[in-house]
Design a protein around this ligand. Structure first.
Ligand code: UD1
Length: 431
């Protein structure tokens, strides 16, 4: 079983290139099958989740051609099967985007109920409500969500919660419904806008993505396109916090600084210097970190996917900080692991962490409980005294491309090890 071995203590210094946004890519890949023409997608991150999506497209008869590591050409012309039932697909939450894509194009879809990171109850009732408003019949049988209709027609949907997944999923299906669809209380995340831009480049007519109200005029057919996915806001934010926690100086390149504003603001509040340029952000952590309070919120608020990373930083910040998780109810599971590294954090009521800053973490053997918490624990290990060994790194590889290699290029001592012998070798080498 692969692990990360980390010898902490080196400040991260240098520049790092950020890849394409995983969460935008997952939706865009699914939606690319909605035309019978060819779609070329650039800046696709080479991570487990996107590869699972591509495999699923092939499994239902679509054609996937990899032009290079980050570019794929997809054709949905040969799709024969509207059933996505593989065991592996249910591991990724974003399999639900096939519901929207297949329902929109073929008016029927059967997709295994999605799984994904175990960060709390993750219902799909808002997706179902949206599809029903478009005239689809939905039932759940034998672990599958079955959606079908003779005709999909525009509808008016008021989302009960702000949901990224439901907003995108319903938007995808509505693009090929007859007439106008209005989605109110829509999510405004950058990847909602990216998916809308992608669909518009295929001939869809979507207006208002990035605001609370999205209006879609259905079209009977979509056409081929060439499209480059936006940079990954969360990958960028993770490296920005890695700079803060290791007292480093890191420039994240190929980013859209506007998408990082809530992250930059918190880093400034805790004592880092943040410099923005056109497509890069530099984080310098020259002063000791200080406490703050943060609550996760839908965009443009502080992202829930950055909650573990800021908690790791606040664990090393002077004073008492409070982190409130308002999106998912079970997202502090990693705190037990961080406590093993010396953190002083108390979780109350499942969604509030009260953090008393400590002066340092100490290396320990720990496990990555999910994708983002796993990445946050890596950052903690990079700042810790001694060696940290992290298990279950497959979770981290779901969403970070070459994570350890990128960290190494910034001066981190981190290696992927596959056996006790390799781990011993790492310990000997790093002293
Ligand atoms: C997406 C991201 C995930 C991120 C999250 C919030 C992907 C693949 N994943 O997840 O990384 O943490 O957005 O930014 O893009 N909810 C319902 N009913 C629904 C759908 C959601 O009650 O039908 C609730 C959820 O339980 C949660 C909240 O709405 O409390 C937000 O979830 P949502 O934005 O849908 O998250 P995901 O799309 O699952």
């Amino acid at each position: 079983m692969e692990q990360y071995a980390i010898k902490g203590g080196n400040p991260l210094v240098g520049e790092v290139e950020i890849g394409g946004a995983k969460n935008a890519a997952l939706a865009i890949l699914a939606a690319s099958i909605m035309t019978d023409e060819t779609v070329l997608i650039e800046n696709v991150p080479d991570v487990r989740d996107t590869n699972v999506m591509l495999q699923a497209i092939e499994n239902i008869g679509g054609q996937v051609e990899r032009i290079d590591r980050h570019t794929v050409r997809i054709s949905g012309r040969t799709i024969k099967d509207m059933v996505i039932e593989d065991d592996f697909i249910k591991k990724i939450r974003a399999s639900y985007y096939f519901l929207g894509a297949l329902l929109g194009k073929y008016k029927r879809a059967q997709v295994t109920l999605p799984g994904g990171c175990n960060i709390g109850l993750r219902p799909i009732d808002q997706h179902i409500k949206g599809f029903r408003a478009l005239g689809a019949e939905i039932r759940i049988e034998h672990g599958l969500v079955i959606a079908e209709t003779q005709r999909l027609r525009g509808g008016h949907i008021y989302m009960d919660v702000v949901s990224v997944g439901a907003t995108i999923d319903v938007m995808i299906a509505a693009v090929m419904a007859e007439g106008q669809t209005i989605i109110e209380n829509a999510a405004k995340e950058p990847h909602v806008v990216d998916v809308a831009n992608f669909l518009n480049s295929m001939g869809a007519v979507i207006k208002g993505a990035g605001t609370d109200v999205i209006r879609i005029k259905g079209v009977p057919k979509l056409h081929g396109t060439e499209y480059a996915i936006i940079p990954d806001q969360i990958e960028a934010g993770t490296f920005m916090f890695a700079a803060a926690v290791t007292k480093g100086d890191v420039t994240v390149k190929n980013v859209i600084p506007k998408h990082l504003e809530s992250i930059s603001a918190k880093l400034t509040e805790i004592g880092c210097e943040v410099e923005e340029s056109d497509d890069a952000v530099r984080v310098v952590a020259a002063k000791p970190l200080t406490h703050t309070h943060v609550k996760t919120l839908p965009y443009p608020g502080f992202p829930t996917d950055m909650q573990p990373q800021i908690t790791v930083a606040l664990g090393l910040s002077r004073g008492t900080s409070i982190v409130t998780e308002s999106i998912f109810e079970n997202r502090f599971k990693y705190v037990d692991e961080l406590t093993r590294m010396g953190a002083n954090i108390k979780v109350e009521g499942g969604n509030t962490a009260i953090i008393d800053g400590v002066s340092r973490y100490t290396g320990a053997s720990i496990s990555a409980p999910d994708l983002r918490a796993g990445a946050a624990l890596v950052i903690a290990g990079l700042s810790a005294e001694g060696t940290t060994v992290i298990d279950d790194i497959r979770f981290i590889e779901r969403g970070y491309e070459d994570f350890h290699l990128k960290l190494r290029s910034l001066g981190a001592q981190i290696e992927k090890v596959n056996s006790e012998r390799e781990l011993q070798k790492f310990r000997l080498k790093t002293g």
